[in-house]
Design a protein around this ligand. Structure first.
Ligand code: ADP
Ligand code: MG
Length: 893
């Protein structure tokens, strides 16, 4: 427990040395692995219970909390009171089946979301057996030594040991929004949480600086665990789309109820029909016309989309993002690691008087150093040694040979490449680190583009400082350098797409105290520069081309040199001869920036604040913006973008928390995939509307017509309830499983603000409703005209209605291909299964004796089936022809 280690002392009120000792740990070496495993086996994992999903009872209750269902229950109760047992049973059957389906589907959707979320497990940087490694945060034990850096979510309660400019956002715990400054200090036993400067608490967020800390409490014993705070709540299934649809459904319900009451009044008062019969007919009308299955169908479509995305290494953090993804019109993406492989290799060392070429690939420390075709002379060897040592010391990464013989990077790939180049030259990484232990540092800051480390060689020797960073920043610090020559050298390398890093050293006895960027001493000497290659990902090139045909702009934003960015941009196929730089952007007002963006796809030397401005300018000009980010400073831009995309691999926890989508493979191609899936989801929603609305409209219209014109009902109330039930659970659901249609990525993005149901859709919905009514009435009257009984005529009418809906489903499946093609009936197994089930249900409805009793149906002969088939096919042809005409018009226009 935080309050008491060993039962009596509070860790925030104890010196860190004592805490480490009490926990039988070691601030430098960490725990050893065996001890950590033992502690893990004895204690519990470092986990908090997930936010509970909505309980089954709440979920079940929600199924009945729906105006339509309440209307149905009322109708069921009244029919029961009137001793009309068959209709009453059917109505209650509908209620129960509907509720059961909603219940199961929503449960599935919720657990799918929860599963996807659990794929975003946290990791922690720990020191064990003197080695730094990444482990799942859940495996942390008390006594573990954890390393913190900017952007990390603190993985457990920690007593801080080595604190460097650490700022922690503790708002999750204390509500205090100003980040708290931390130090290795003990405070009073009774100090409130917010004042315990020597502690970092689980769930809080490191906004800058670095620190080491020893774990004093994990899981439920942490402060968050004890206040019962819930992290990573399951979220709700409600999205703007489902809410819009809910509202839409409610509105339709009200309209239909009003129409029903009016129809009831008309039938009984004006037409003088039987009250009981009219009442039942009106109930049937309402039930048939209300698209009660729609919200459930949309939820399923979103959940399926989320699952497909997760399988493709894109994890949705907020459900609404699935649909928003489909309307993205601009993707602003990082370069390094997203568009490039992030497998860096040092290809050249740039010394004062020579360019040294380095051979070898990957992180394996094997390669040659040559100048031209010659070996290095002694002078050059000395310079390379000094440069490589600096590159190893001003560095947080390491490389290791894996058991498979492949060398692996631990830490930042670029820094690992710097370790490799030194090892290629024969310098031992561990020796160098041991000789010159690091005493202080300024961690790499993307807006300074620098990293500084201080090293204590011995007690009386002066402190040695190294800087590594962007050439222009480092050159500025160094006196007596021929800046023009160096800029020429850098531009040349950058023009080939290489990234150049400069190194300088400063021996200083003058300064003491913690390193600060503002108070760095003078007297820096340039050691040379290192040029690294990071080739573009081949799949990124393809994806950018896909985006282009999909009407999506890709803008590359990087902290790299303008020439490097432009060269890589050209290799990727971005239409850019030159790059816009962060400085350019800062000197422009919004209007100028908007104009500049029209002709620039590459932004270089950009700061996180620049990203923020790009998002707002692009949004103002009507774009839906997806923005990637990985650093703690990227969080605001990620939040304000329509889709914030974080990197699961190299991104910080802060960036992940601010994002809607997390890429587990950090790959640009995955974003394109995700946008495609988002479009498929949206199209499936629209296809469902195109199917559900006219079929419900037709069913309701049929009864309304009969009531108003005074016809004998062509379909009884029980029968219309049956049709409504079976088509909702079979046909309408099938569209949720529709795979993406050819050409989804050959359309322009959906315009901002386009309504869910367009005019064209509305027209289709109306005329299809009318045709469905006509088909059903035609079958009914044909049967009557050839002298069939009313039972047979109604059975034929019901089957014609269902057959018409079935074929219409296949018409709706494809928006962009002709219906008169075999592919209309292939490619969606769910649709075929649904069709099969529906046929079986209809045969049972027609021929099974119990059904005949329940629904007053009668067997049909072959002639009836032929007429039904002809009518349904006729409708299929008409709707198909209409689509054909629209398609032809589009391809000509
Ligand atoms: P990117 O947008 O390509 O990821 P970064 O923001 O990571 O670019 O880096 C911007 C620039 O900062 C680089 O071009 C390089 O000059 C410098 N830089 C990057 N990483 C480091 C580091 N670890 N240490 C020092 N300088 C760095
Ligand atoms: Mg970077």
């Amino acid at each position: 427990m935080t309050k008491s280690i060993g039962g009596h002392v509070a860790s925030h009120a104890t010196s860190s040395i004592d805490v480490v000792a009490l926990l039988r740990s070691d601030a430098e070496a960490g725990l050893d692995e065996a001890e950590a495993q033992r502690r893990l086996a004895e204690g519990s994992r470092n986990e908090l219970p997930d936010a509970p999903l909505r309980g089954p009872i709440a979920r079940a209750w929600a199924q009945f909390n729906n105006p339509l269902i309440l209307v149905l229950i009322a109708a069921g109760a009244i029919t029961l009171a009137l001793q009309d047992y068959v209709d009453s049973a059917v109505i209650f059957g509908v209620v129960l089946i509907n509720a059961a389906i909603g219940f199961i589907q929503e449960g599935k959707a919720e657990s799918a979301l929860a599963a996807v979320r659990s794929m975003l497990a946290n990791v922690a940087d720990v020191v064990r057996d003197r080695r730094r490694r990444e482990i799942p945060a859940a495996d942390l034990v008390v006594g573990d030594v954890v390393l913190l850096e900017a952007g990390d979510r603190v993985p457990a309660d920690l007593r801080l040991i080595a604190v460097r400019n650490l700022l922690v956002d503790e708002s999750a715990l204390t509500g205090e929004s100003v980040a708290a400054e931390k130090a290795d200090l003990a405070v009073n036993d009774d100090a409130p949480l917010g004042d315990r400067v020597g502690m970092a608490y689980s769930g809080t967020l490191v906004t800058s600086g670095t620190a080491r800390g020893v774990v004093v409490a994990t899981g439920r014993n942490t402060e968050v665990g004890r206040i019962g705070a819930l992290v990573g709540g399951a979220g709700t299934l409600a999205t703007p789309l489902t809410r819009a649809l809910d509202q839409f459904a409610r509105r339709i319900t009200v309209v239909i109820l009003i129409v029903s009451v009016a129809a009831f009044g008309f039938a009984t008062l004006v037409d003088g029909r039987d009250v009981m019969e009219s009442f039942l007919a009106v109930v049937g009308l309402a039930v048939a016309a209300i698209p009660e299955g729609l919200p459930a169908i949309i939820t399923i479509i979103l959940a399926i989309g989320t699952r497909v995305l997760a399988r493709n290494r894109a994890i949705i953090r907020r459900l609404p993002a699935v649909e928003t993804l489909g309307s993205v019109s601009v993707i602003c993406t990082d370069k390094t690691g997203t568009l490039t492989r992030n497998e860096m290799t040092v290809v050249r060392l740039l010394l004062h008087d020579a360019d040294v070429e380095v051979s070898g690939a990957g992180y394996e420390p094997v390669g040659d150093f040559t100048v031209g075709d010659r070996q290095l002379n002694d002078e050059q060897k000395r310079a390379v040694t000094a440069l490589c040592r600096a590159a190893m010391l001003c560095n947080d990464a390491s490389v290791h040979e894996g058991s498979d013989g492949i060398w692996q990077a631990v830490g930042d790939p670029m820094e690992a490449a710097l370790v490799t180049v030194g090892r290629k030259f024969g310098i031992d990484h561990d020796d160098v680190i041991e000789e010159c232990p690091r005493s202080d540092e300024i961690p790499f800051d993307p807006s300074l583009r620098l990293m500084v480390t201080a090293h204590e060689v011995s007690a009386d020797a002066p402190r040695v400082l190294f800087v590594k960073g962007a050439p222009e920043e480092v050159l500025r610090m160094c006196a007596n350098e021929d800046e023009d020559r160096w800029h020429g050298v850098v531009s040349e390398a950058a023009g080939r797409g290489e990234r150049v890093l400069a190194f300088a050293v400063c021996e200083s006895s003058a300064v003491d105290g913690p390193l600060q960027h503002e108070t760095l001493p003078d007297g820096w000497q340039l050691l040379g520069m290192v040029s690294l290659m990071d080739p573009p990902r081949p799949e990124a090139i393809d994806s950018i081309a896909v985006c282009r045909t999909a009407g999506i702009r890709v803008i590359m934003i990087t902290g790299d040199h303008a020439a490097t960015a432009a060269a890589i941009g050209a290799q990727l196929g971005l239409g850019a001869s030159s790059a816009l730089t962060g400085n350019d952007i800062q000197s422009m007002d919004d209007a100028a920036l908007r104009r500049a963006l029209e002709s620039h796809d590459v932004i270089a030397r950009a700061n996180p604040e620049d990203k923020m401005r790009l998002v707002s300018v692009l949004q103002e000009s009507g774009s839906y913006v997806a923005m990637t980010g990985d650093g703690v400073n990227d969080a605001p831009a990620l939040k304000s973008a329509d889709i914030g995309v974080a990197m699961g691999g190299r991104g910080t926890d802060a960036a992940r928390d601010a994002s809607d989508l997390v890429l587990t493979d950090d790959n640009f191609a995955t974003i394109t995939q995700a946008v495609r899936e988002g479009r498929v989801v949206f199209e499936n929603v629209r296809k469902s509307l195109r199917f559900v609305l006219p079929t419900n409209g037709g069913q309701g219209g049929l009864i309304l017509l009969a009531l108003l014109i005074g016809l004998t009902l062509p379909v009884t109330v029980a029968q219309i309830l049956w049709v409504n039930m079976v088509t909702t659970v079979t046909l309408a659901l099938a569209l949720a499983f529709e795979p993406g249609e050819k050409g989804v990525m050959q359309q322009a993005p959906r315009p901002k603000g386009e309504p869910l149901v367009t005019r064209g859709m509305l027209a289709q919905i109306t005329y299809v409703s009318v045709i469905i009514i006509m088909v059903t009435l035609a079958a009914f009257s044909w049967e009557l005209s050839r002298g069939s009984t009313i039972e047979v005529a109604r059975t034929a009418a019901v089957n014609a209605l269902v057959a018409a809906e079935l074929l219409y489903l296949f018409n709706v499946r494809r928006l962009r291909t002709s219906s008169f093609h075999i592919s209309t009936f292939t490619g969606n197994r769910a649709a075929l299964i649904a069709a099969g089930i529906l046929v079986i249900l209809q045969l049972a409805f027609t021929y099974a004796p119990p059904m005949q009793v329940l629904f007053s149906t009668a067997p049909l002969d072959l002639a009836s089936w032929m007429v039904i088939a002809a009518l349904a096919i006729g409708m299929f042809v008409i709707v198909g022809l209409e689509k054909q005409i629209l398609l032809n018009k589009k391809s000509r226009g």
